[in-house]
Write a protein that binds this ligand. Structure first.
Ligand code: WTA
Length: 650
């Protein structure tokens, strides 16, 4: 890459939204929280929100950097912080999980009931031979038993490895193998998009020749037929008969809590390792501070699946550590109708909603009238995570979901960081649409150039984390060297996040997408996100994905794949108008060379657009590996549309 040039970001955003006086006055944290002079003292204080059996002697041992130990010598059982202490404090009757199944079944599980069920499940897996330190794979729909399974592992000190239920048998097999799992907890199936999908059969395939898996424990969710073998055990047979109380052991603060696989730049997924004390400290603190959680009155809903880190930190560990009442929903947002989420918000009076930009843009596409049909007045805080949120999507979220009154927190973090790192605080920050604003208290982050030198305001570069943080990954499972190489080798002493970012003139941080998503057009670096935001700001556009395709003249050329909003399909000049619109919004340098109108975009099952595949299409290459796509047929449709030449503008 061109060493001295900086990322171009020509998009200007000067809208700001301050919290109302009433919100600020009642907020959990005020502006003074940023006066952290001693980071370690700050985290020492936050760790005391948890229940520990034994105090620590040192907050951080960084002498073996980049391998950290937090709360050295401290001992705890994370499930005591998440369950037992709430019951002991007299909150056993508070709802912990309000479950909405896709077919319409619904149930509420109190903290006392959840503790009893986790206790039974802990006994059950112990009876099946699971020991402290063993790995257990969890491959389940988003049903209460999935949360119970994770907590049961944590309770006995086993390391869970949740594999998203949408992954293939092969993906599951490789993860089971890499972790050396001794057990898989699954379900017969789950409900999605109006029908029952199978899970158990993929597990059968994945464990067929496994030398390590001894048992597969199966929750009955759908009642569909499943093949059965010697190693299979029904959850209800082994869990229901156990005692509802369980005396648990305390583990070292650095005892492994879970592994979660995430994709890197190479094909082999990385098993990101997290441990107990530091992870739970930061998950709990950030959940309380960033969402302004009031456990007595809020109803919180994070729409992530437990297969992703967001489901770990902001469905399971953070909210339960804080004694929150939360909704979990099994299915898709359009089943049985496109207002399903808003119906759930109204039904349970959800007050805090945490979701992803891809969902928000989908709702924009479906139309403003859908949320408008539901009573969303219970909402008071909105969160976003997973990718940069386009300012227009942010504005739509604020207006059409948040009734123009709810603060929106755009939270930047990663599987590797374990918890939120950069985000507005809803009672403090004057948030700008599309910006994650500033590092949370106790967190060190900055933007550097190719030489690792911090860039000033108004400049762009790479996002790095400058200080160790409690919920940082402790390594890659079985591959310490890859951990050092991937994250800590580019600039000594700094964690390289892999994201481009810039400071605006006010010092707010804007995430610009993965650095491999940054284009270089005629020597200017332009973020794909920036062009996408400009496109999405056009009234005809529902969703856009932009890639840089190799170009003889300009280095890279901007190619945009665009989904139009309903009612705009017939417009003949739309391609030319969109090109002009981007040129107008950002500058002529950003005018897409080609705009392709498509009906779908290739997305991973977690909703991230697979730009690599779009780049293949834009550069007229054959289709690469499409196995991680949610819908592999999408790519065929896009390439057919292309070769038919209908949408090309040259
Ligand atoms: C991206 C999800 C911009 C980023 C918690 C990061 C974001 C990657 C944001 C991690 C955000 C996540 N703004 N980009 N608010 N949140 N990202 O591991 O590229 O699934 O590196 O963790 O998502 O994705 P992961």
């Amino acid at each position: 890459m061109d060493a001295d040039s900086t990322l171009s970001n020509l998009l200007n955003e000067d809208r700001r939204f301050a919290p109302s006086d009433a919100f600020a006055a009642a907020a959990n944290v005020g502006a003074d929280v940023y006066d952290v002079s001693d980071r370690l003292a700050f985290w020492d204080q936050q760790a005391r929100r948890l229940q520990w059996r034994q105090d620590w002697s040192e907050v951080l041992d960084w002498s073996k950097a980049p391998f950290a130990s937090w709360f050295v010598g401290g001992r705890l059982n994370v499930t005591e912080s998440c369950l037992d202490r709430h019951v002991a404090a007299g909150n056993g009757n508070r709802a912990a999980l309000i479950f909405e199944g896709e077919p319409g079944d619904s149930s509420t599980i109190t903290y006392a009931e959840l503790l009893a069920e986790v206790s039974r499940a802990a006994h059950a897996i112990t009876e099946l031979g699971v020991k402290t330190g063993d790995r257990v794979a969890i491959y389940m729909p988003l049903i209460p038993e999935a949360v119970v399974a994770m907590l049961a592992c944590a309770r006995v000190g086993a390391v869970h490895s949740v594999v998203f239920g949408g992954f293939s048998a092969e993906a599951l097999r490789s993860r089971i193998e890499d972790a050396g799992a001794v057990m898989v907890i699954t379900a017969d199936g789950g409900y999605r998009r109006g029908s029952a999908f199978p899970l158990k059969h993929a597990v059968d395939e994945a464990v067929e020749d496994s030398p390590t898996v001894r048992n597969v424990v199966v929750v009955r969710r759908t009642g569909q037929d499943v093949a059965w073998s010697e190693r299979d055990v029904w959850w209800h047979d082994v869990v229901d008969r156990q005692a509802p109380t369980h005396v648990c052991e305390a583990f070292d603060s650095e005892h492994p809590l879970f592994i979660l696989y995430t994709s890197g730049t190479t094909g082999k997924p990385k098993g990101i390792k997290h441990t107990c004390g530091g992870y739970l400290t930061q998950a709990a603190y950030t959940h309380w501070a960033v969402f302004d959680l009031k456990p007595e009155t809020d109803v919180y809903w994070c729409t992530a699946d437990i297969g992703w880190v967001t489901g770990h930190s902001y469905v399971v560990y953070g909210p339960l550590a804080n004694g929150a009442t939360q909704v979990i929903y099994e299915g898709t947002p359009d089943t049985p109708h496109q207002g399903r989420w808003w119906e759930i918000v109204a039904k349970h009076k959800v007050s805090i909603l945490y979701t992803a930009p891809t969902a928000i843009r989908t709702f924009m596409k479906w139309g403003d009238h859908i949320p408008a049909e539901h009573d969303l007045s219970s909402l008071r805080v909105l969160g976003s995570v997973g990718e940069p949120i386009n300012p227009e999507a942010w504005m739509w979220y604020r207006e059409h979901i948040g009734g123009d009154r709810c603060p929106v927190v755009d939270t930047w973090w990663q599987t590797e960081t374990g918890a939120i790192m950069i985000s507005p605080l809803p009672g403090v920050t004057h948030a700008k649409p599309g910006s994650a604003m500033s590092p949370l208290p106790g967190i060190g982050a900055t933007v550097v150039d190719d030489h690792g030198e911090p860039v000033g305001r108004g400049h762009g570069g790479y996002l790095v984390l400058t200080e160790p943080w409690p919920s940082m990954l402790r390594g890659i499972w079985g591959d310490d060297q890859r951990y050092v190489d991937t994250y800590w080798s580019r600039w000594p002493g700094r964690y390289f996040a892999g994201d481009g970012a810039k400071y605006d003139e006010d010092g707010a941080i804007w995430l610009l997408g993965r650095v491999d998503d940054v284009m270089n057009v005629s020597g200017h670096r332009i973020s794909t996100t920036e062009v996408e935001s400009a496109l999405v700001a056009h009234p005809a556009v529902a969703e856009a994905a932009v890639v840089g395709a190799n170009d003889d003249v300009t280095g890279q050329a901007i190619v945009a794949f665009v989904i139009l909003r309903q009612g705009h399909q017939e417009d003949e000049n739309i391609v030319e108008r969109l090109r002009a619109h981007v040129a107008h919004e950002i500058g002529a340098i950003a005018r897409p060379k080609r705009v392709l109108i498509v009906t779908e975009l290739p997305k991973t099952r977690s909703g991230k657009i697979m730009r690599r595949l779009l780049r293949d299409v834009a550069e007229n290459r054959g289709l690469g590996d499409v196995t991680t796509l949610a819908d592999p047929a999408v790519m065929r449709l896009i390439s057919e549309g292309l070769s038919a030449g209908t949408a090309e503008d040259e």
